[in-house]
Design a protein around this ligand. Sequence first.
Ligand code: MLT
Length: 245
Amino acid sequence: MKLFIYHTPELTPTDTVPDCAIAVDVLRATTTMATVLAAGGEAIQVFSDLDTLIDVSAAWDASKRLRAGERGGAKVEGFDLGNSPLDCTQTLVAGRRLFISTTNGTRALQRIQNAPAVLAAAFVNRAAAVNYLLAKQPETVWIVGSGWEGTYSLEDTACAGAICHSVLQQANIPLAELAGNDEVVGAIALYEQWQDRLVELFHQASHGKRLLRLNCDDDLKYCAQVDVLDVLPIQQEPGVLKLLG
Ligand code: MLT
């Protein structure tokens, strides 16, 4: 197995695909996706464009769908939800499909959607992603941070580092062999530096600061939990993610 990290969708190669690609948007899209599926959501369907989301979801029974729209960290007017995982209670989401468009996370998923296996990971379900890699042993794995409008995000790279760190500990493969690019070594170091202070790290991050300005302090605490959800969103058809199995 060789792991590669790309900090943003824009830095992700377009001329080839890996055996497995993992989108990471810790704050907050992939955390929200794992939360929805853990709470009994039927599926997640991702869109980069809000109008397309409205059109496609209109064909779905209204009692079986939820529309989530986020731009700039805030809920889009007229949508059922923004992008806070704290809103995704079992009562609300069980049995329903989440149609979601966010500023960066859903774009990251679309960028990697041609890979044969596409996963969504965050700190909350890090172990589930690692267990998948250890069980399936894909030859090449890309971990793609969502970033913010083309720029680097600390929290996504730290989470990518957490995934690599755990694979390194369990797979018995030397770092020099496991790391497909320099980003992997850097991300592991970032994670090791902050692993016991993830909320503090989020407070240093530009998108963490943006969410704090929007009074989302509790979202940051929720998203900083590690290995608390044993669920793995995996793409079943382009843009549609369900639980593995
Ligand atoms: C995104 O897709 O950029 C994020 O998930 C934004 C957010 O925190 O809602």
